[in-house]
Design a protein around this ligand. Structure first.
Ligand code: SAH
Length: 261
């Protein structure tokens, strides 16, 4: 979803690794700190997760387990490229984010996706990340996916039904709704974690209001140049925020505007 430049010597592959990679002509793999190195193109979900772990994007066992359980292939339209670390078009001028972006967001939200917690995924698209959230908060938790393209919501429900998150969908702990995500989903607020999968010009007020004190929001902000912002609501209600990295997401906009592009 975005490109990154080499930053440190840490990103340079060893001679042995380079020889291996040259032999296999592997594509570029991007790590979360804008370093890049050559890495094998995975051909199953387990290898993808391992690659993201080796690249340092996945740092925790819980994130690795959630991504292992939710097979990306079940959520993408073009199965042949399911495990490549790239975003992919899903129709309606939307994309599923690249696996390293999903992993990064899961890492940033991990402490707010503990068993029993509540999460909101705005712009749920394929339902992939929403399902990872549901696995992490478990059967005592609650995850809402909101998305404004009805066909994407229908498809996401079908995707989830085939996945390890199906029981959570059946029990109602995971649900999807057709709605303008800029308004959030007040019925289940406040949320421990809010993720926004599309770039907002400004952080929507409704989402800030629906964030629990002690909760965290991860949201791409900006128009042409965007940054992935992490916003923590302190226990006294004040906000602390920082920019994690530069990104490129589709816009958080009206349905008409999105379909007009
Ligand atoms: N995170 C998802 C999708 C990312 S693409 C995934 O990886 O599969 C961003 C999604 O946001 C698209 O599906 C788009 O339709 C949706 N979107 C954009 N503006 C929206 C809005 N105002 N309300 C709800 N969804 C929106």
């Amino acid at each position: 979803m975005f490109t990154r430049a080499a930053k440190s010597a840490k990103s340079v592959p060893s001679a042995e690794r380079l020889a291996f990679l040259q032999r296999h002509r592997h594509p570029l793999f991007f790590s979360p700190r804008m370093e890049f190195f050559w890495a094998p193109s995975p051909n199953d979900n387990h290898s993808l997760v391992e690659l993201l772990r080796q690249g340092g994007v996945i740092k925790s066992q819980r994130v690795a387990e959630a991504m292992e359980k939710i097979d990306r292939k079940l959520f993408v339209p073009d199965k042949a490229y399911a495990y490549m670390d790239n975003p992919m078009p899903i129709g309606y001028n939307a994309t599923i984010s690249a696996p390293h972006m999903h992993a990064l967001c899961l890492q940033l939200l991990e402490n707010h996706l503990q068993p029993g917690m509540h999460a909101l995924d705005v712009g749920s698209g394929t339902g992939y990340l929403t399902s990872c959230f549901a696995i992490m908060v478990g059967k005592e938790g609650r995850v809402m996916g909101v998305e404004h393209i009805p066909q994407l919501v229908e498809q996401s429900i079908e995707n989830v039904k085939a996945s390890a998150a199906a029981p959570l969908l059946e029990s109602g702990r995971l649900s999807f709704h057709v709605v303008d995500g800029r308004l959030g989903w007040p019925d289940e607020a406040p949320y421990d974690a809010i993720h926004v999968g599309a770039a907002a010009s400004e952080v929507p007020d409704a989402l800030l209001q629906q964030l629990k004190p002690g909760g965290r929001m991860v949201i791409p902000v900006g128009d042409e140049f965007q940054e992935l912002r992490v916003i923590d609501k302190q226990s006294d209600g004040t906000l602390k925020e920082w920019c994690e990295t530069s990104v490129r997401y589709v816009p958080l906009t009206s349905r008409n505007e999105q379909l007009r592009c």
